[in-house]
Design a protein around this ligand. Structure first.
Ligand SMILES: Nc1ncnc2c1ncn2[C@@H]1O[C@H](COP(=O)(O)OP(=O)(O)OP(=O)(O)O)[C@@H](O)[C@H]1O
Length: 245
């Protein structure tokens, strides 16, 4: 039987807009979702439907109002909504990764250092982390002349490739992807999607948002469509999204 890596139960998230008379916006109205080992679940649906809110609640950059987010870890299931910050920071290494469309790198660090540091956080030795970082950067065709250049001077597409390399090097048990290939040209997008596709064979569970039907058809074992903070449909890409044009 396949093992659940992530179980979300009755998750609710409301924002209070203090600048607009305390008005509230509910982005998740009691969402239930499971993701199994090696499964790639794509979140679809219109802008504002709650997709990124769900990813952020799982990563705990947003704290939900109620509900449970259970991550299967090497030490058994853990409810992330109740975890102390220090333990949460530890889980964000080996067990849980997040790749957004923007790279956030410390000042004066280059791609090799950023990607190798991600490998180190996931338990690799310094030498193995550098080898794995070199493999990932090569696979994503980032010019070797840029590997030690300050990330702040890289183009948007170069930064996204560094971000994907860091997210996938010695990959965590659950990887969250929020539009990770939005700035890539077709050839680099292909390389990145190939790399993401190879994660399933390693047993990595992926929960992803792509504003790109073709990527969802190609990668997702299941598509979950959100509407107004609720799950409106669930199934294969063909069932939920229809045929790609
Ligand atoms: N930090 C925040 N403060 C206030 N409202 C927020 C915040 N984050 C999200 N929301 C609101 O929650 C709702 C869902 O937003 P969310 O970003 O989850 O949607 P989405 O489906 O990811 O949209 P998109 O496809 O445009 O990225 C929206 O109405 C949004 O305005």
């Amino acid at each position: 039987m396949t093992k659940n890596v992530l179980s979300v139960r009755n998750l609710r998230k409301t924002f209070t807009l203090h600048t607009i008379d305390g008005r509230t916006v509910t982005s998740l109205h009691g969402v239930d979702l499971d993701v199994a080992e090696g499964e790639h679940v794509a979140l679809a649906g219109p802008s504002g439907a709650g997709k990124s809110s769900l990813l952020r609640c799982v990563h705990r950059s947003y704290l939900p109002d109620s509900g449970m987010v259970t991550l299967g870890t090497e030490n058994g299931p853990v409810d992330l909504t109740a975890l102390p910050d220090r333990d949460m920071a530890r889980l964000r290494g080996r067990e849980l990764g997040y790749v957004s469309q923007f790279l956030s790198a410390p000042p004066r660090t280059g791609p090799m250092e950023v990607v190798a540091a991600a490998g180190r956080r996931r338990g690799m030795s310094r030498a193995d982390a550098r080898d794995a970082a070199a493999d990932a950067l090569q696979r994503l065709a980032l010019d070797e002349a840029l590997w030690d250049v300050d990330c702040s001077v890289l183009s948007g597409g170069e930064r996204q490739r560094v971000n994907i390399a860091a997210g996938t090097v010695n990959p965590p048990r659950l990887l969250l992807l929020d539009e990770p290939v939005s700035a890539l040209d077709p050839a680099n997008r292909e390389r990145a999607l190939d790399l993401i596709a190879s994660l399933s064979a390693q047993g990595v569970a992926v929960l992803a948002v792509f504003h790109d039907l073709e990527a969802m058809h190609r990668l997702a074992s299941r598509v979950v469509r959100f509407e107004e903070g609720r799950i409106a449909a669930e199934g294969t890409a063909a069932e939920v999204l229809g045929a790609v044009a």
